[in-house]
Design a protein around this ligand. Structure first.
Ligand code: SER
Length: 595
């Protein structure tokens, strides 16, 4: 069975069970400050999982494009991918575990559908922990269907709990389904997740029973939901008897394009196979990100940074294959060709995809060459001073400023009988990672269209508004996102219901009073810990030990923020709320202006 058939069969199966087929969403989340990319089918559906009625009803099914880069270092094995397609069926307060598991089993094993031998199926369930019980219900249902005890594995939260993507939101236990690639093989010890090369996880049924609150409590949801995710690439690999997702038709044309360009074959060695897979995966992901109608372009922040990292990593591995400069164009065209019938946006945006990809590749090729020059200088100096261990910070500098990867540096140094101070490198790297994480988070928190005077004024007004909302509505009214242009501010905050006219008036009055009071705006750099002690409002519960900026507006407001702000609130003019509306369940949105 090919992927095209699988998608249709899945959607058709769930339609026959009363589900409505809905379109997948963009890879770039809308109004969701908690993630950079859509990482699972549930993302675009969060408001509905929290109780808002979905226009298409309570049973839905879809195919969702996903990007997950958390395991980027794992790419190169048989199953890890940074882009994948997820098939999902959804119950929005409709059916629950009984039906979800029974349908998963039917779809997997029925001869009319996937027809997997039931003996190849192993499942995991949530084993429970303090305050949340073992998911006995799921165990009972699997047993009733006929899965033997020996192939039902209770596992901890790290395996069988679907937490909210952000800090708060719908969550619950899940049950995961694995296909044994060696059914006649030796009896496996432990859970299937312990032998990922043998057991392929292909489907996950999440039972959302709880809402995790900002305080970290798990409150039962009024209505329980089901969120399932079946990986297209892994499932067809299993259906086709392949040992790797890269051996399916979703990748073989890409692998062929790479082989044609470099004259190597994927079977030459494990090293070569890994490089093939990384290049194929990363370029495919970059094509989908660039091909999204809400495309982002390579940059040093947020989504653009993830995209840049994917492209650069592909260039690095392309070098190991001896791929010529400009290699990504041909691969991108192959990906587009392979997917355009399913994702027409790739074709629509193909010119942009190819030019952005090639541009970034070329830029990085140049930095790679520069890095080579820098490294040669370092080696010469080391030799001159009879040193044999290259300091970690130098290696990191090569990586950071020249984009020169550690592996290259290591390999070249080895040829020169030089070692690398790995520990020093790791230390420098960790520090950098914290900083870029912060950069990424800031980029979707910030939402400043520019740093013009008008935008800056509205940004300062946003702090006053945030404080005013907490004074009128309570401390729960916390920032959930903001988007500020020179014309208006948009501010999302947690609050369960519509604000009354009186509340809005009070907030306006408080903000306008703070403006009339001509409060001096000051900025101080301190640790997050010190900022907390000051009672500063902070959007992210981050654990940075480095310094952060805290902006104060007189004694009225204290908030962790990157700026910029005006010097005195008197510069703001008159503040007016234009609109107060729902943004998503439990989140309200205010639009306001300064006049
Ligand atoms: N949200 C779950 C997952 O991504 C099931 O769709 O695995």
């Amino acid at each position: 069975m090919k992927a095209d058939e699988l998608r249709e069969m899945f959607l058709g199966f769930f339609e026959s069970k009363g589900h409505t087929r809905i379109s997948g969403a963009s890879l770039i989340p809308e109004n969701d400050p908690t993630v950079l990319f859509t990482t699972a089918g549930m993302h675009p559906l969060v408001p509905y999982l929290l109780g808002e009625p979905h226009p298409s009803g309570t049973r839905l099914c879809d195919v969702q494009k996903c990007i997950r880069t958390g395991d980027i270092e794992e790419v190169g094995d048989a199953s890890h991918l940074t882009f994948f397609e997820m098939l999902g069926n959804w119950s929005l307060g409709d059916y629950f575990k009984e039906e979800a598991i029974a349908w998963s089993y039917e779809f997997l094993t029925s001869k009319s559908y996937l027809g997997f031998d039931p003996d190849r199926l192993s499942v995991t369930v949530f084993e429970g922990e303090e305050g949340i019980p073992l998911d006995q219900q799921s165990i009972d249902i699997w047993k009733k269907i006929g899965v033997p005890d020996s192939r039902i594995h209770p596992c901890p939260r790290s395996d069988n709990w679907w937490g909210p993507a952000g800090q708060t939101g719908p969550c619950g236990p899940d049950t995961e389904m694995f296909i044994d690639t060696d059914p006649g093989g030796p009896a496996a010890s432990g859970a299937p997740g312990d032998s990922p090369a043998r057991f392929f996880e292909i489907w996950n049924d999440v039972f959302m029973q709880y809402n995790k609150t900002a305080q970290g409590d798990h409150e039962p949801l009024e209505k329980s939901n089901v969120d399932t995710g079946m990986g297209v690439e892994r499932t067809i690999a299993m259906l086709q008897g392949k040992r790797s997702v890269f051996d399916t038709e979703l990748f073989t044309p890409v692998v062929e394009t790479i082989a044609d360009s470099c004259g190597k074959s994927m079977d030459e060695s494990d090293e070569i196979a890994r490089a093939f897979r990384v290049v194929a995966d990363h370029v495919r992901s970059a094509v989908f990100i660039l091909g999204d109608d809400k495309s982002v372009t390579p940059s040093n922040l947020g989504q653009g940074y993830v995209l840049r990292r994917l492209i650069r990593r592909s260039v690095r591995f392309a070098k190991n294959l001896g791929l010529p400069v400009g290699f990504s164009k041909a691969i991108a065209r192959t990906v587009i060709e392979n997917y355009r019938h399913v994702y027409p946006e790739l074709e629509r945006n193909s010119a942009r995809i190819v030019s952005e990809l090639a541009g970034e590749e070329e830029k990085f090729e140049a930095t790679l060459s520069r890095g080579m020059g820098e490294l040669e200088k370092v080696i010469a100096r080391m030799k001159e001073h009879n040193q044999t261990v290259v300091p970690g910070r130098l290696v990191f500098r090569l990586y950071d400023t020249c984009g020169f990867p550690l592996e290259f540096t290591e390999e070249i140094c080895r040829e020169q009988d030089l070692e690398i101070d790995r520990e020093g490198y790791d230390k420098a790297f960790d520090k950098h990672r914290e900083v870029s994480k912060k950069g990424a988070e800031k980029s979707f928190k910030g939402g400043l269209a520019d740093h013009s005077e008008a935008t800056t004024r509205l940004h300062t007004a946003t702090h006053l508004l945030h404080k005013g909302l907490q004074m009128v509505l309570g401390d729960h009214a916390q920032q959930r996102g903001s988007n500020i242009t020179p014309d208006r501010l948009r501010f999302d905050f947690s609050h369960p219901q519509k604000m009354t006219d009186d509340e809005k008036r009070q907030v306006e009055e408080i903000v306008n009073r703070a403006i009339q009071d001509s409060l001096a705006v000051s900025m101080e750099v301190m640790t997050l810990e010190d900022a907390r002690k000051l009672g500063a409002m902070a959007l992210f519960d981050a654990k940075y030990d480095e310094q952060i900026k805290v902006y104060r507006m007189g004694d009225f407001s204290t908030e962790v923020c990157g700026g910029p702000h005006v010097e005195n609130t008197k510069e703001l003019g008159a503040f007016r709320i234009v609109k107060e509306e729902a943004s998503s369940a439990g989140v309200r949105r205010i639009r306001a202006v300064l006049e």
